[in-house]
Design a protein around this ligand. Sequence first.
Ligand code: COA
Length: 461
Amino acid sequence: MSIDTAVLEETIRRVLAKLPEASSGNDGVFVDMDSAIAAATKASREYLSRSLADRRRYVQAIRDCMLRPENLDYMSTQAVAETGMGDVSHKYLKNKIAAEGTPGVEDLVTEAWSGDNGLTTVEYSPFGVVGAITPTTNPTETITCNTIGMLAAGNSVVFSPHPRAKNLSLWQIRKINQALHAVGAPDNLVVTVAEPSIENTNAMMSHPDVRMLVATGGPGIVKTVLSSGKKAIGAGAGNPPVVVDATADLDHAAKCIVDGASFDNNLPCTAEKECVAVDSIVDLLKFKMVQHGAYEASAEELAKLEQLIVGPKGAKTEWVGKPASQLLKEIGSQVPVGVRLIICEVSKDHPFVQHELMMPVLGIVRVPDVDSAIDLACELEHGNRHTAIMHSKDVTKLTKMGKLIQTTIYVKNGPSFAGIGIGGEGYPTFTIAGPTGEGLTSPRSFCRRRRCAMVGELNVR
Ligand code: COA
């Protein structure tokens, strides 16, 4: 029998063209949300039959891939290039800590009761397909952190990245798929669409096969997921105040505040966004802050800056995450070498302290005493219950602040980023769920608690 070579070639070409889709769903990137969710649903079913040891291997493969120096470099530089926000070296650090420190399968600790009636366990069990919405401010850190947490929990995940971080988010999801494929994980545990958009995010949120939603982003998107009628985790805005009282080590406090408020150009939702300090130490605190890389704006510069960066709805998006040097240049000021943060004294009603700017600009409000400082900090946090910081050696006042402010993260005598495990104890996360109460999310946040009761047996006490 003779075979027409042209027909054979055409057949081989068609088969080869289909191969990537059949093996890895185009590395997890699909043309539409329905196909992406169908693939993630299939993957999550297959994932159920894999062992915990398998899960550990897959999580390790993600860590290894994200920690490759060339990938860390790429993610950090491209995040700044694509979104126009943040600082490359700080993004490198955030990406590294997300890949290294996000908890894995060990986070899923079983509870058990045993007695005359048998043995009962409560185990952390997957939801199935999780829909995760990720921000423009911390795009790759959040994808790494969510992927590790959600897969360690036994789920598959459909990402809806912020459209302004599209190219990098798609690149990262492809890389993760390639790494998972190489270690034999079910294909399409991590998927997305080629054109992330509000429409696609809406399609994801309303899809019946997506069992849980996790939104890390601005107030709009968090409100939307919380109104979805599904189990939802909302990680949204804060407006973290830092309080400094007269007992604080002022040099240390000044350095910590400059470090924290300038970290990634103030993009983290945990970063110091305003400072409330007692009158007797404000001048020295500002002097020390300047020594550590802050620039104090004059009244004239303050007015220009306000006009530049504040609009009717608060911070103007085009200035979010820009370096202090660029802001100063834009208002026509001299840019001191090494400047990291702009500070200015303002009243408590000023937009620089009332709104979360996410820029290296820190309003300082002077108050008569520590009790007024704590009260004002609570007011300026606006009940977001996100993050607060205090510098003091007075344990009673530190305790009072913690009790009154009720934030998910409360850092004492350190920079804000100590609260997400950078220079402080504890694991990191980039999805901090204040409104819904999970706090610093980890694999168990993405699980259902399921009880199994064996009656009468298996108790060996
Ligand atoms: N996919 C699709 N749509 C998204 C999206 C996503 N991943 N994220 C946000 N959107 C939507 C929003 O719902 C909003 O729609 P709406 O106008 O209909 O409400 C629209 O896109 C614009 O949102 P956003 O980019 O947030 O608005 P903005 O340009 O005014 O604000 C920021 C920009 C950076 C100030 C804002 O995104 C923000 O506050 N981000 C903080 C993110 C963060 O780190 N949060 C908490 C971490 S724990």
